[in-house]
Structure formats: C-alpha cells, structure tokens
Design a protein around this ligand. Structure first.
Ligand SMILES: [Zn+2]
Length: 337
C-alpha cells in the first residue's frame, strides 16, 4: 500500500486500499458517492464507502477552499515545467476556449508559480528563463463538484474521467472531473484573470475582520446562505460553513442582522482557525474533535457537549448543527413578547 502523505493529493490508491480492507461503512450520500466514482472506485463498491472515522479513504464530497489549496500544492510540483502538449480528451470541461486555442496558446509555455483565490486555481504561464508577465496568459481551474488535479510522473494509466492532460517535460498534469460542472478557462492576461475572480468576493483565508463584517452585514441573510455565497466570500462550502458556525456557536439560520461586533469577531476568528487547520490536509478533515468527523455518523453527537446533532435543510443544503451549543435565535425580536 502506498505511503499515506497527509498533504498529498487524494488519489485512487488512498481510496481503494481502505475500501478493499473493508474498513469503511455504508454511505448513501450521493455527492460523496459521485466523488468516489471520480476517483475510480467501482460503482459496485459504493455501498461500502463512507467517511471513515480514522480518516482513511476520506474524500470531501465537494472541493472547498482546503481541497483547492491541496490542488495548488499539486500544481506547484509542476511549476517550472515546459508544456509540450495538451491532450483534450473531453472538451466538455473547457469554458470560453476551444481545444485548438488552448493548444496553440500553451505550446512551449512554462508553468509559473500557481495561486488560489477561493475555489479558483490560477496557473500563470511564462516564457522560458524569466518570470510571468502581466500580459501573458494563465490557466484557470474551477473544480465544481467532482474536479481534481493530479501530477503524474510515472506511466500510470489515465483515468476515464481525466478530461484534459497537460503533458510537460517532467510529467503529466491531469484534470479529472466526472460531472463537468465547471472546468478550465484560459485568461489572455492578468486583467482577464482579475475579471473572472472579481465575480467572487475576497478569499476567505485572507479577508480581514473589517472586510468580513462589511461584506456580510448588509446581506441580512441567514448565516449559512451568506457564508456559502461565493459573491460575498470566496472559498467556503457546505462542510466548512457548518464547521465554522459550530465552532462559533451560531445557529445556521441566525441572520447577519442578529449579529453584533463581538459575534462577527468570533465568527471571523473561528473561520480563520478552521481554514488554517484544514488547509495543510487538503480537505475538510473528519477529525474526532470536528463536527465534520461526526456529521455522517448515524446518531452522531456533538464533539463538544455530547448532545445529539440536529439536521435539516438550510439554504437548500444538508446542514448539521448542535442544538445545545448553537441555539436558534428568535425569528424576530420585534414579535417576541
Ligand atoms: Zn454541543
């Protein structure tokens, strides 16, 4: 069994090895199952898959900020390599660019140091022997629900969901995506990159508490919806928002109008801690002390107080919280007698 590297990109062997040991239990989460399929788990094995409490074989149902941070580290391993060829195996993941244009613009370019903004990953290109210039193109990746990036330096076979393969002089960068909801863009220069990123809010991992408050407060929405809105703040998804709200002891249906300065400071601080702890793992970890570690357990209990976790749909998403640590706010203070 290959050595497990907590910072390594999630790969097929990390999933299939624990599955074949039979250590995983049943999961009926369709998003999680879709992600397993992406990673090559045979459909017939899905019923045995779940988020294992040991962390073995765990895969986030959908890439969030820490997952994309993991993909950034994957891409960084390819930095400095020269693109020799681009194999577009399925043009269904290309956004606003044709396969021919992608090949033409990338031929002979060198991959420069990548960066992440929210759930976007930017791969600037440069000419050999110098730094990236603002007039040069960048590849933009967005992983949607089932996207992933792998860096392959041996002759291992491509996966059937590898949609675009960037062949370099040192290995292959493979963009895999089963459902093809998002994908790959080509920005002609840095201002084109900025235009795409400007559709989203500031990156959640680098936003200041002042900016955080300024962006959330005017929305007057439920916290769950406001925090997941990429136009407000970029990078948070379903697992992260539940985790952060649990740590901040705020009910997901609390509205931003119900929060005072102290609440915003606490919420921002808990978000930063969560992101700082999750990012090195390349996923939202299912540690025992995390809500994420309990959310998929039948009858799961709060890691902090032991109360049975509550479940419901908030902002259209399956949401988990602790009814004791995160009491519901009155729906309207004006109406409470
Ligand atoms: Zn609790």
């Amino acid at each position: 069994m290959p050595k497990r590297d907590p910072t390594a990109q999630i790969a097929v062997h990390r999933l299939v090895a624990p599955l074949s040991r039979g250590t995983l239990k049943r999961s009926t989460n369709p998003a999680f199952q879709a992600r397993l399929l992406t990673f090559g788990v045979p459909r017939g094995h899905l019923h045995r898959a779940t988020h294992a409490s040991t962390g073995a074989g765990y895969v986030s149902p959908m890439p969030e900020l820490p997952d994309v941070e993991g993909f950034r580290r994957t891409l960084r391993r390819a930095a400095g390599r020269t693109l020799e060829r681009v194999d577009v195996l399925d043009g269904g993941v290309l956004r606003d660019v044709s396969a021919a244009e992608l090949r033409a613009r990338l031929d002979g370019a060198v991959l420069a140091t990548p960066r992440r903004h929210g759930k976007h990953l930017v791969a600037p290109l440069r000419a050999p022997g110098r730094r990236h210039r603002s007039t040069e193109p960048s590849i933009l990746f967005h992983f949607g629900m089932t996207g992933a990036l792998t860096w392959v330096t041996d002759d291992s076979a491509r996966h059937r969901h590898d949609r675009v393969v960037f062949v370099t002089d040192g290995g292959e960068l493979r963009y895999r995506d089963m459902r093809k909801l998002q994908g790959i863009r080509l920005a002609g220069d840095d201002s084109a990159v900025d235009r795409v990123l400007a559709r989203t809010g500031p990156d959640a991992a680098s936003v200041t508490v002042e900016e955080f408050t300024e962006r959330l407060a005017p929305t007057r929405r439920q916290l769950k919806a406001a925090l997941m809105d990429q136009a407000v703040l970029a990078g948070l998804g379903n697992l992260l928002v539940d985790e952060i709200l649990w740590r901040a002891r705020l009910h997901p249906r609390t509205t931003t109008a119900d929060l005072g300065d102290t609440d915003y400071r606490r919420l921002h601080a808990r978000m930063m801690t969560t992101l700082r702890q999750a990012s090195p793992t390349g996923r939202v970890p299912d540690h025992a002390g995390w809500l994420t570690g309990r959310r998929d357990q039948p009858g799961g209990s709060c890691p902090r107080c032991g109360a049975s976790l509550a479940r419901g749909r908030v902002a259209g998403r399956a949401t988990v919280w602790c009814p004791r640590c995160q009491p519901a706010q009155p729906t309207s203070r004006a109406c409470s007698v």
